[in-house]
Structures are given as C-alpha cells and as structure tokens.
Design a binder for this molecule. Structure first.
Ligand SMILES: [Zn+2]
Ligand SMILES: [Zn+2]
Length: 265
C-alpha cells in the first residue's frame, strides 16, 4: 500500500542516491570530539556539541540538491534559482544550529524574507545536513549505547516515529535522520517509556501484515513498526519512512500524535 505518487517517490529515491554519495565523501572525515560527548549530562548529543562541518561542502550539497530539484520539477526553477543566489557559506553557518534543532519557523521566515516557496529552505537544509548527522552518529555509536532515553533519538533528537522488526525479530527504533537505531521491548512506548500492560495498543493495517502502528494510551504517541524481514527489497530507512506515510495518516486520524514534537526546539 502506498499513497505517494510515483514522481515524488522517484524524487525521494534520487535524493537518497545523493545522500549515499555525500556519505561516501564524508567517510574519511572526523566530525566530532568524543571528549565533548563524554562530558555531556543529557541527550540528545548532536545539538549540544560542536561538529567540524566544512560549510563549503554543506553549501555544495545544497546546490546539488537544488539542481536535482529543478531538473525533476521545472516549475520550481524560479525558487531554486532564487535560493541559490541567496545562500552563502556564511549564511549556512547560521543555518546550522537552526537545522539541528528542527527550527522550521526560522526557515519559513527566511523563505518569506526572500520570496521563496516556504518549504524549500528547510527541505534542502535538512536533507543536506543528514549525511553529516549520520557520520557524526556513527563516530559516537559506543557512547550512545550507554543512553537510557525515551522520547527522542539520543543522537539527533528526532521523535521515535519509526521502528523496524529486525533480523532477530526484535523491535528496533530507527532514526531516519541520523540512522541511529536501538532495540526496545515490544510493549514499550518509545515516547513516554510506559510498559504498563494494556497501555500500548497495536493497530494492524488492512491487507498489509508487514506494518503495524503502536499507539500509547498514556501519552497519545505512536510509532510505525515495519517488519523488514518480509520485504524482498530492503529500502533505506528514510525511504521506509516516506513510503509508510499512510501509517502516519491512520495514526493521526485516530487521534495520535508526536507528544515530544517541541522538545528540542
Ligand atoms: Zn537521530
Ligand atoms: Zn507513551
């Protein structure tokens, strides 16, 4: 089951290919000072530490993404060109803390000020920062394992909206932003941590036995749970997230949401 139109899905797949290419370019970099991470007393880690990001490189990533967007969606050309002419390495340094904390209103204000489609600056800022988040997260994986948190990804702060059933048959919360993944108990609410019997309800999806929605009667949060063992071709986690958007609709139609949406803002 899939509610997305084909064109949009193809675009997302192409953005994924870009993401993979960018990740390769970052492989040899060291973005994070582990001592800074060890000194922290709370999570999430990435918004609190200084990442060694090469902003010229981030700038290049954003330009490549804007070029892809204008090739695939010629109607966007005026907006992509306007944005290209407005951004500089210096502006992107200012964007950095705002994108790390998912401060969408900041980007909307930027869009309004420069008469650009309101979704575009945040969209490109977020997609182009992800390979940096993923690399930094990979560097501190051992430190993150010590985290005992619920409610957000201990690396980047994203709400725990998505889980897979992994090869071992365990429920594994997986972050589509930074790719950090951690196993939880099946009956555990990833938002508030509740494990009380009867508090977590499993919504099944019609005609799809590989997907469930785990909803919590304590905090009203939900997590999409996808059994990837049943998939022939395993999509990247970001694509799984996008392709399962119908599960978000079902959860939200039933009155569930993201209790911690504003947490890191
Ligand atoms: Zn994350
Ligand atoms: Zn809960």
């Amino acid at each position: 089951m899939n509610v997305l139109n084909k064109e949009y899905q193809q675009l997302e797949e192409q953005i994924q290919l870009l993401n993979d290419k960018w990740s390769q370019q970052l492989e040899a970099e060291k973005l994070i000072d582990i001592e800074q991470v060890r000194a922290l007393t709370q999570y999430p880690v990435l918004p609190q530490v200084q990442l060694s990001i090469d902003f010229q490189q981030y700038h290049r990533f954003i330009e490549e993404l804007l070029t892809l967007l204008e090739e695939k969606q010629p109607s966007l050309e005026a907006d992509t060109k306007a944005l290209k002419s407005r951004i500089s390495t210096k502006i992107l340094e200012q964007w950095h803390p705002e994108v790390l904390t998912v401060h969408q209103r900041y980007f909307q204000a930027f869009a309004e000020e420069h008469h650009i489609a309101s979704w575009l600056p945040y969209f490109v800022a977020e997609h182009a920062i992800r390979p940096f988040l993923q690399k930094a997260t990979a560097e501190i994986r051992d430190e993150l394992k010590k985290a005992d948190v619920h409610g957000c990804c201990p690396a980047c702060g994203e709400a725990p909206r998505l889980a897979i059933i992994n090869k071992k048959g365990r429920k594994e919360i997986t972050c589509p932003r930074c790719h950090y993944a951690w196993e939880v108990k099946k009956i555990n609410c990833a938002h508030c941590g509740s494990e009380e019997p009867g508090k977590l309800e499993i919504l099944k999806v019609e005609k799809d036995d590989s997907a469930e929605i785990h909803v919590c009667h304590d905090c009203n949060g939900y997590t999409k749970v996808i059994d990837v063992r049943k998939m022939i071709k395993k999509d990247s986690i970001a694509l799984l997230d996008i392709k399962s958007i119908h599960l978000d609709f079902i959860a939200q139609e039933n009155g569930y949401g993201m209790p911690d949406d504003t947490k890191v803002n």
